[in-house]
Structures are given as C-alpha cells and as structure tokens.
Design a protein around this ligand. Structure first.
Ligand code: A3P
Length: 344
C-alpha cells in the first residue's frame, strides 16, 4: 500500500538556474533631487542593482525579472552592447545576413524587424508618445515572432537569461569609451525622455561615476570580453567596422553560418555605409520626430567617426578620462582603439 507521500518533481538545471534570480534594486536617493534632478529633469529617479551595480531608470526594476526569464531560442541571434557602440549598424548587418539581404523586407522599421528587448520596460508609462510606444514590440510580441529572430539588448549578461550563450548566437559590439561618451551625450540631448541638461564635461563625470543609464561601462564590456572564446559569441569592435567593414561583414556571416555571394557582399557593404544608413528611414529613427519625441536638430545616426572625442574634450578632461580608462583596464588584456589613421 502506498502512503500519501509528497513526491517532488525533479527540477531541470535550467529551472534551478532560473530560480536563482536574486537581484535587488535600490533607489539612488541623490538622483531624486539637487544637481542630479536638474541635469536629468525628465527622469523620475534611478535605481542601482545589488549585485552588479547596474544603474537604470526606476521603471526597469519592476520588469527586470521577467526580462531575465525571457526565453531565447536556439536559432535566435542576439546583439548585445553597451549603448552607442554601433548597435543599430550591427542589427542591420545581422538582420540582412539572416534574411538573404532582402532589401524589400528591410524597409520595415528596424525596431520591428529587430526588437529592442527591454525598451518597453525602461520608461515610466505615459512619458513616451503613444504612437511610439505602440510601435515597440513587447516581450509577448517578441515571444510570438517567427524564427529566426534578431534581438537587441543593452543589458549586461547577468540580467539576461542565464542560458542565453548556451542557447543561441550572440554578437557583442564594443566601442572605445571616449567616443561612446560623446555619442551618448548627444543621444541624451536628442531624446526628450532622457534630456540631459548640462555640458559634455558634466556628462563625462556622470559616465565615469557609473551614473548614466546602463552603467557601469567597464564591467559590461569586460564580462563579454571574458566570454569571447565561447563558440556562441562573436566579439566585435566598432573601430574594426570603421576600418574594414567588408572584412567584418564576412566575419559575421561566417559566425552565423551564412554565405553571401560576391554581389551580396558588395551590396551589403554599400548598404551599411554611414551615409546610406543615415538616410535609410528604416534605421535612422527620424520617424520619432513626427511624434514630438526627438529634438528636431539632432540625428540618431549622427557622425559615425572614430575620434570625434577630440572635438569635445579639453586636455584636463581628457587626462581624467585616460586615468579612468587605465585604472579600469589594468590587469586586463582589453585594449581600445581611440583613433584611426584610415576610416571610411
Ligand atoms: P555617433 O554618435 O558617434 O555618430 P547605437 O546604435 O549603439 O546607438 O550607436 C549609435 C552610433 O553608431 C552613432 O555614433 C551612430 O552615428 C553610429 N552609426 C550608426 N550607423 C553607422 C554606420 N553605418 N557607420 C558608422 N557609424 C554608424
């Protein structure tokens, strides 16, 4: 006779890993008033994660766990980056390769073809124009997308599904922090929802203090750098794409197991040229201007150069940034290129 014993169902390794969500978010008190509030008037406070020190708008913290649990598929390709490292450029590259360079299909907005996973969960409801919010695919919509999906995220690996790298291919793009700072500064000026009210010097200090959304910069990049030998990750540098785009396209195609004809390769190289991306309406986000969400004077695809920081940093600020970079890279074998002799 069987007793009424409790039978526990065995848990898969995946269940156990997923059960371990133990990230907490604490409000960053100083972000709620004083200088901070003056510099970021449109943000209702930031939070920082424990562990990881991830710095983000408060809204994200309410959705972080469900984003972490979002299930990747084996035939997905994810593009993960710190913001302003050339994400959109790489999304277009990867999407084209995965879709037989179909230029007709590529006319649909990149935010639909290649969803930005956490975007609908970053900003407090109501702050974005409804037309814009409705365009951004939710997790449920991404879940229902047909394969192969090309998914973008700026989250560091520890905030994404713990089996991501063992499940699907990930293209990680890094860029030198000086140009990232400048590009991110302009991005904050461009997007009303971020709206930084200060100069580049102040912005750079927030950046170095890990007080800009998606910070800290170095752990984000170094974590991916340390994973670069995993067969499912391809680690790219923006500067290499500026130097030899054709070579980088070939590298990505090989990594994704796709072959391009000579004609497709030449065509894609042309398609991805800065000037062409800047006027490509499916990529340049100019559509947001009609919703009143974007500063009319700026451009999302802005300058596209390596070394633009030289037009923005004075000698004292540059020295401080160099020291910050040296400190963070000491003991690692990661090196950034901040100038190029030749670039497109
Ligand atoms: P700049 O602000 O320095 O011009 P992300 O997509 O990660 O937000 O990155 C945006 C940066 O990539 C911007 O940098 C943008 O101009 C640059 N970019 C976009 N398309 C590019 C291209 N085809 N060639 C070079 N840079 C490009």
């Amino acid at each position: 006779m069987l007793h009424n014993e409790e039978v526990s169902t065995p848990k898969s390794v995946e269940d156990e890993i997923l059960a371990e969500w133990n990230v907490e978010f604490r409000k960053v008190e100083k972000s709620l008033n004083g200088d901070f509030k003056e510099h970021f008037p449109n943000v209702d406070g930031f939070v920082r994660s424990e562990p990881g020190g991830f710095f983000m708008m408060d809204e994200y913290s309410h959705h972080a766990e469900k984003i972490y649990r979002f299930q990747p598929r084996s035939d997905d390709v994810w593009i993960t980056t710190f913001p302003k490292c050339g994400t959109t450029w790489t999304q277009e590259l990867v999407w084209m390769i995965m879709n037989n360079c179909d230029k007709m299909k590529a006319k649909a907005p990149i935010i639909i073809r290649s969803p930005f996973l956490e975007f609908p969960y970053m900003l407090r409801p109501g702050i974005m124009p409804a037309e814009m919010t409705q365009m951004m695919p939710t997790l449920e919509m991404v879940d229902a997308m047909p394969s192969p999906r090309v998914i973008k995220s700026h989250l560091p690996f520890f905030l994404l599904h713990p089996k991501l790298l063992d499940t699907c291919k990930v293209v990680y793009v890094a860029r030198n922090p000086k140009d990232v700072m400048v590009s991110f500064f302009y991005h904050h000026q461009l997007m009303d929802v971020h709206g930084f009210e200060g100069d580049i010097e102040k912005f750079a200090q927030y950046f170095m203090d890990d007080e800009i959304m998606f910070s800290p910069f170095f752990p984000h990049i170094l974590d991916a750098w340390n994973k670069r030998h995993h067969p499912n990750i391809l680690f790219l540098f923006y500067e290499d794409m500026k130097k030899d785009l054709r070579g980088e396209i070939e590298k990505v195609a090989k990594f994704l197991g796709q072959s391009l004809s000579e004609e497709q390769l030449t065509d894609l190289r042309e398609h991805l040229r800065f000037e062409n991306c800047a006027k490509n309406e499916s990529m340049n986000m100019e559509v947001a201007k009609q919703f009143g969400n974007m500063n009319k004077d700026g451009h999302f695809i802005r300058k596209g150069k390596t070394g633009d920081w030289k037009n923005h940093f004075g000698p004292e600020l540059n020295k401080r940034i160099d020291e910050w970079i040296d400190k963070n890279l000491s003991g690692t074998d990661l090196k950034f290129v901040t100038e190029l002799e030749f670039q497109d």
